[in-house]
Ligand binder design. Structure first.
Ligand code: CS2
Length: 495
């Protein structure tokens, strides 16, 4: 039986494994992070690790899970140490990360998490709670005031369930204690993510108390960020491979790619770690970086997820090995999305796109199409519908992005091309399924039935004849000819 990863066994790890060299016992908790999943542990925590290693002890991270106890239970026996495995075809680089000092499970004791967030030493509360964690309407970006968890948190401010409820109550307590607010740092793939969280949070706070609402809108810094690193869910093979390489058992390592990027609007109320040590870029305006990433990387990713899944590919790398699918996403990026972008100063977008294609092809990552397909209702607006709106306004063709939307529609029917079930995971799943069942597998009925979901498509797109016709025609082809034939037709049109 192998040892468990722990501070005591760090010295005995193989020489090539990087590890904390600072005294973890001397760290203050300066950051509370809500949603301590694989992405946070492979991204922000690694940047923070570099700042700690450089000697700034203020920024230890306390992670909070808003739902399950799994991550706390896995990491507590190993003193919250975990392994980051960066993989590409050339091999693997391992690093044990020490920045995470503790993990709290919010539903077990919401009061304790609130007390921690209200402590003076906490200067930043960061979040990766996924798109749906903001309880907003994806089409408009406004708080969903009828969201059951929001109604719960308004009625029970001291026992919140949502990230928004925790942030509002902790800020209210700090304000009452005359402490400065913390910076709210969102690291989710939302459009203008800082503005979105500030809008949603200020509205929620105002529903509690008008003064608190004004305070959130005026005094709390919510910088925008663009985050990028591909981090698939950890698999049993990842655990085995890491244990073999470490000679110690890590119950929850994270596997990722060597690439990482973090662009941050430099607007913090109470300072921040020097994340630039690990390569973070601090800029005045994140918007062009964010649009480039959401429309190129994430737009291509969601397209690969739906089309790839329907065509029978389990992972992104497998989907990319299909020449028609890879030609399709290449054209989607260069010919459809790129012309709609304001390119960040100094960026070389052709190189960026080539790097994206290579990242998607990375055979060392098993990034499941099913994982990316999750929560499409929350993702489509910023990933694909922005591109489509801009192109419609220019009178430009939209056949490719319309096919991606049609593939999402085909996917959320819940039945695959062979009649097997698709396990659709989406906050709007039941509504989508009801609409799909009522329409049947008929593009003329299914297209309007799904375009009618205003939370995704807004009021404008369903009424746009060109858009509706392009989606209907793509969906009709997916239904009649199947995904592979449809792709072949769009990539290599006859004649
Ligand atoms: C993916 C993203 O799961 C998804 O929806 O598109 O998580 C993607 O891997 C990251 O945004 C990459 O930075």
């Amino acid at each position: 039986m192998t040892n468990r990863l722990s501070a005591a066994c760090l010295a005995a790890l193989p020489e090539e494994v990087a590890r904390p060299t600072y005294d973890r016992g001397k760290l203050d908790v300066g950051v509370v992070h809500l949603g301590v999943g694989a992405f946070h542990r492979a991204h922000q925590a690694v940047y923070t690790e570099a700042a700690l290693a450089a000697g700034d002890r203020r920024w230890g991270i306390l992670g909070a899970s808003l739902r399950s106890a799994d991550i706390r239970d896995a990491l507590r026996p190993q003193e919250f140490l975990y392994t980051l495995a960066e993989r590409d075809p050339a091999g693997e680089r391992l690093q044990v990360i020490g920045a995470l000092r503790d993990v709290m499970v919010a539903p077990e004791d919401p009061g304790r998490l609130l007390e921690t967030m209200a402590r003076a030493s906490v200067k930043i509360v960061s979040l990766t709670v996924t798109e749906k964690g903001y309880c907003h309407d994806p089409a408009t970006g406004a708080l969903r005031e009828d969201h059951p968890d929001i109604l719960h948190d308004l009625a029970n401010p001291a026992r919140p369930r949502t990230a928004i409820g925790f942030l509002a109550e902790a800020l209210a307590r700090r304000r009452a204690a005359r402490l400065s607010p913390f910076t709210v740092l969102t690291c989710d793939n939302l459009p203008s993510n800082g503005h979105t969280v500030q809008r949603v949070l200020a509205r929620f706070a105002a529903l509690r108390d008008a003064d608190l609402g004004r305070f959130v809108a005026d005094a709390v810094a919510c910088p925008c960020t663009m985050v990028d690193r591909i981090v698939p869910a950890t698999t049993p093979e990842d655990r085995e491979r890491t244990a073999a390489a470490l000679g110690a058992l890590d119950a929850w390592p994270v596997a990722t790619e060597p690439f990482t990027q973090w662009v941050i609007e430099d607007r913090f109320c109470q300072g921040r770690p020097d994340w630039s040590i690990y390569g973070a870029e601090f800029v005045a305006d994140v918007a062009p970086y964010e649009a480039m990433k959401l429309r190129l990387l994430n737009g291509a990713h969601s397209s690969l997820a739906y089309l790839g899944y329907l065509a029978g590919y389990a992972t992104v790398a497998e989907a990319m090995s299909d020449p028609d699918l890879s030609a399709f996403v290449t054209a989607l990026m260069t010919e459809d999305a790129l012309p709609t972008l304001r390119v960040p100063a100094g960026a070389d977008v052709q190189t960026y796109i080539e790097a994206l294609l290579a990242r998607f092809r990375n055979p060392a990552l098993k990034h499941r199409t099913r994982q990316i397909a999750m929560d499409g209702s929350q993702k489509l607006p910023q990933r694909l519908l922005g591109t489509i709106r801009d192109r419609l306004a220019e009178g430009a063709p939209i056949a490719r992005p319309a096919l991606s939307i049609a593939a999402w529609m085909r996917y959320v029917t819940g039945i695959d091309e062979h009649g097997g079930p698709i396990d659709v995971s989406d906050p709007l799943r039941d509504d989508l399924r009801r609409r799909a069942d009522a329409a049947g597998l008929d593009a003329r009925r299914l297209t309007p039935a799904l375009l009618d979901v205003a939370a995704i498509f807004g009021e404008d797109l369903p009424r746009d004849r060109r858009f509706a016709a392009a989606v209907e025609s793509a969906l009709g082809s997916l239904i009649r000819r199947g995904t592979r034939e449809t792709l072949r037709g769009i990539v290599r049109p006859p004649g």
